[in-house]
Design a protein around this ligand. Structure first.
Ligand code: HEM
Length: 446
């Protein structure tokens, strides 16, 4: 059966629910889902087919698998689907930020932010990213022994995100980083209990401290007559006839951007460094791709090295920094001959889209898959590291440029090797990370 491209064309009330099981009372099939969402879905796909129902994370859910289903989900944003966040995340992110806005308000905020995230705008950020990355890489390479990549990459990515937002302003990086870490730890707790000694309680306290600090920075900026060309400047400028954003909305937006633009790039870049250390032949090809690089990096120089993008894309295909997202139906809808009732959760599995029949030998790290010819043949909905539809990642160009700069510098100037005997098995939630945090020894290339 082909997917129902237009859900309005069928009357859902006459259709059956998808096949599947609701599992245990209250818990549903949550435990099985949390063990491995991919194995969970794969087993049920074999049993029921690509559309099945379940009950996970406190909600009845319809799982719709395959690239056509992915396209249908992305197309449904604001029509029959909306974003689904847990109440804990809603409290921590704040209702005024892009990720939580819906409908017209969401589109309006995206229109406001989009110019600052265009590919062309990234030209201005390349020197700042290069300078920050070089400072951190040099420090790592000068360490007498080994170090753990994950926390070090978090520091670097955080500074880069701050430079995108605040440009040249002086910011208390250690203060913000400390509170940011406590805040993000609370975003993924299974139970959001607000007591001072719980992770969630500490996260709410950290959010308060961050908001007070960010609010002061914004207030200082508002006193200036001219805004510099950074993200905060964009948020403070508004066009004729437009309502200016409230200070509260600006502060919540800044918090969201710090969150959305941080652990994602840390995950992608750190895992790619690990994959390259494990695949010397690919690493060598990467080094050849940057061999002619000279002088400061520019957007044009990066564009002239398409292999960098191939490496980053294949890294994100194999280990997507965001494994998936959740939507919720806003009314009864028909999909592929089944009824999905209003209020049901619809997971978007990025991890599953990146494996299966469309990716032969999917477990192999093979950047050749992203050669230009093969890119043209790719079916939409099979490679979605940045999501899709109206909620496609706002920062995708920034992320690609940031990661390309880091990768070019690493390939050109440094060697890195894994410390033997470390535990490289993966923890998948909230971000796919080897248990050891990736212990490395890094040196400058002679
Ligand atoms: C490797 C890096 C990144 C990956 C893989 C990634 C992935 C994603 C994905 C999959 C979504 C969609 C989530 C959904 O459908 O619910 C998303 C949304 C978003 N991303 Fe990214 N992201 C990355 C980096 C960034 C950066 C650097 C920024 C900003 C500086 C950013 C800002 C955002 C924002 C604001 C949204 C919400 C968009 C909306 O709701 O309209 N991301 N990202």
């Amino acid at each position: 059966m082909t997917p129902q491209a237009d859900p309005h064309s069928s009357a859902p009330e006459n259709l059956p629910l998808p096949p599947g099981s609701s599992g245990l009372p209250l818990l549903g099939e949550t435990l099985d889902f949390l063990r491995s969402s991919r194995d969970f879905a794969e087993r049920r796909r074999r049993q029921y087919g690509p559309v099945f129902r379940s009950h996970v994370l406190g909600s009845p859910a319809a799982f719709l698998l395959g690239p056509d289903a992915i396209q249908w989900i992305f197309a449904g944003e604001g029509k029959y689907l909306k974003n689904r966040w847990t109440s804990g995340v809603r409290r921590l992110l704040g209702a005024n930020s892009l990720a939580l806005l819906e409908g017209e308000e969401h589109l309006e905020r995206r229109r406001l932010l989009a110019p600052h995230f265009s590919y062309a705008t990234m030209r201005g950020f390349v020197p700042a990213i290069e300078s920050l990355a070089t400072r951190h890489f040099e420090r790592w390479a000068a360490l007498p022994g080994d170090f753990t990549l994950w926390p070090s990459m978090r520091e670097l990515a955080f500074e880069i995100a701050l430079s995108l937002i605040f440009g040249q302003d002086t910011v208390d990086v250690p203060f913000l980083m400390r509170h940011f870490q406590a805040w993000t730890a609370g975003l993924f707790v299974p139970l959001a209990v607000n007591l001072p000694w719980t992770t969630f309680g500490r996260a709410l306290a950290a959010k308060k401290a961050m908001i007070t600090y960010l609010d002061q920075l914004v207030a200082e900026r508002q006193k200036r007559t001219e805004q510099p060309p950074d993200l905060l400047g964009s948020l403070l400028r508004h066009r004729e006839g437009e309502e200016p954003l409230s200070r509260e909305a600006i502060v919540e937006e800044l918090q969201l951007l710090l969150f959305a633009g941080h652990d994602t790039t840390v995950t992608a870049t750190s895992n790619l460094m690990l994959l390259l250390a494990q695949h010397p032949d690919v690493l060598q090809k990467g080094r050849e791709a940057v061999a002619d690089l000279e002088g400061p990096l520019t957007l044009d120089a990066l564009r002239a090295m398409p292999y960098l993008v191939q490496l980053i894309h294949e890294g994100m295909r194999l280990i997507p920094p965001i494994g998936g997202a959740f939507r919720i139906t806003t009314r009864d809808v028909a999909y592929n001959g089944y009824r999905i009732p209003k209020g049901w959760m619809v997971p978007v599995s990025i991890r599953m889209a990146h494996s299966g029949e469309h990716w032969p030998a999917a477990e192999r790290f093979d950047p050749e898959r992203f050669g230009s010819e093969r890119n043209e043949q790719r079916k939409p909905g099979t490679f979605i590291p940045f999501g899709g539809g109206p909620r496609i990642c706002l920062g995708q160009h920034f992320a690609m440029v940031e990661m390309s700069v880091m990768l070019a510098l690493l390939l050109k100037h440094y060697t890195w090797e894994l410390v033997p005997g470390q535990d490289l098995s993966y923890v998948m939630v909230p971000f796919a990370r080897p248990r050891s945090g990736i212990q490395l020894r890094m040196r400058r290339r002679s």
